[in-house]
Design a protein around this ligand. Structure first.
Ligand code: ZN
Length: 138
């Protein structure tokens, strides 16, 4: 059967069963691509989580290109996958040793800063006033 299509590939109303077949084929094709994409993203997510630093793995120079070659897709596909994964991934806390060290340093810095503030205020104010000020500052 000959399929009549207008310029934008819409099938004319006279061929409705043909239109349904074409739409079904397109739906199946898109579904297969969507499945392949989801499987690929799950695979990449697993690799990211297994890496030493999952928080920065998707930014590692050259890894996207390497993955693209091994998965048989264009590097821009991996780039889009990385962007999507960054949006959805849930990292453990702390995600890696450097991040854990950084968080510990930040905690220590805050502790020392509040200690120093408490001491400075303690020199000019009574203890109740210092407590009140520190409570409202938190
Ligand atoms: Zn990290």
């Amino acid at each position: 059967m000959m399929v009549r299509r207008s310029r934008n590939l819409m099938v004319l109303p006279a061929d409705i069963p043909v239109a349904w077949r074409i739409a079904g084929g397109r739906r199946r094709y898109n579904a297969a691509r969507r499945r392949a994409r989801n499987e690929r993203r799950a695979q990449i997510t697993a690799l990211v989580l297994a890496s030493e630093r999952p928080c920065v793995a998707t930014f590692r120079q050259g890894w996207g290109k390497q993955l693209a070659a091994s998965l048989g897709v264009h590097p821009s596909v991996i780039s889009r996958d990385f962007a999507a994964i960054r949006e959805t991934i849930v990292l453990p806390t702390p995600c890696c040793k450097p991040c854990a060290r950084f968080a510990a340093e930040q905690r220590e810095r805050r502790r020392l800063s509040s200690l120093s503030l408490r001491r400075s205020l303690g020199r000019i104010l009574p203890p109740e006033a210092v407590e009140r000020i520190l409570r409202t500052a938190e």
